[in-house]
Write a protein that binds this ligand. Structure first.
Ligand SMILES: [Zn+2]
Ligand SMILES: [Zn+2]
Length: 251
């Protein structure tokens, strides 16, 4: 699989760091993982084709993770280069269906195209197999219904994406055996906020999971202006990558 980071920042404007968004290419699927404002444009900036997206997974409904959904629908509807009919499967936490219908009440025919189907699957903790790709979700400590995801290719790579979350010991059950942990790392150790991870908590999860590579993302300005690596290294001695927009990783 190949992962491209579309946005390694947050909603706070910060140079060269956009809202959350990731593009995962597996053998059979192109998956948009979250997609806050600006993520759609970054897909083109980084040489990827948004028309290939056949699965979208959302971790929660905070705007920095899903605000580009309407731009995506609007774009598909007005794209004469798109092969129709097209079907996109959306895997999202409880509440997305209501969010979708409320958006359709506002935007309706401006974005709806009869030849483009969105199949919404609301989940909490599930295990979905699509060809040779397994997508598994797990509840996270962030919002009532927030989830994180595992993307596991049969005889291939294994990625865990945390979405937004606070530390919880059971995360190790999911993160063990992964090739890569893509963890949110919002605030420095001395500015811990409930519902988000600090660098040392990310290091602790990576160490307890015994993974080879830890990628830190969802970086608020406060953490970017701190010394991130020494905080992680208090617990973890493996490879640490501070994500940047456009980062590409083979999994
Ligand atoms: Zn959030
Ligand atoms: Zn967020």
């Amino acid at each position: 699989m190949k992962l491209t980071v579309l946005g390694s920042g947050t909603v706070i404007p910060y140079p060269k760091r956009g809202n959350s968004g990731y593009f995962l290419q597996s053998e059979n699927h192109s998956i948009l993982i979250d997609g806050g404002s600006g993520a759609l444009r970054k897909i083109a900036d980084f040489g990827l084709n948004y028309r290939d997206i056949d699965i979208i997974t959302y971790t929660h409904l905070h705007p920095d993770h899903c605000f580009d959904f309407i731009p995506l629908m609007f774009s598909l509807k007005h794209d004469s280069l798109l092969n129709r009919p097209k079907s996109v499967q959306i895997i999202a936490p409880k509440g997305f269906q209501t969010y979708f219908y409320q958006l359709m009440e506002i935007y309706g025919e401006w974005v709806i195209d009869d030849d483009i189907q969105f199949q919404i699957r609301e989940i909490s903790e599930v295990h979905i197999k699509l060809n040779n790709l397994i997508i598994q979700s797990f509840h996270t400590y962030h919002t009532d219904n927030s989830v994180g995801y595992l993307f596991v290719e049969v005889e291939g790579g294994k990625l865990l994406y945390s979405g937004d979350m606070d530390y919880f010991p059971e995360i190790i059950k999911y993160s063990k055996d992964m090739d890569i942990l893509l963890l949110e790392c919002s605030f420095p150790d001395d500015m811990k906020r409930k519902g988000h991870l600090t660098p040392s908590e990310c290091g602790r999860i990576a160490s307890e999971s015994d993974v080879k590579t830890l990628i830190l993302t969802h970086l608020y300005p406060e953490v970017l202006e701190s010394e991130i690596i020494p905080q992680v290294k208090k617990y973890y001695s493996g490879e640490v990558i501070v994500a940047s927009d456009g980062l590409e990783i083979e999994i």
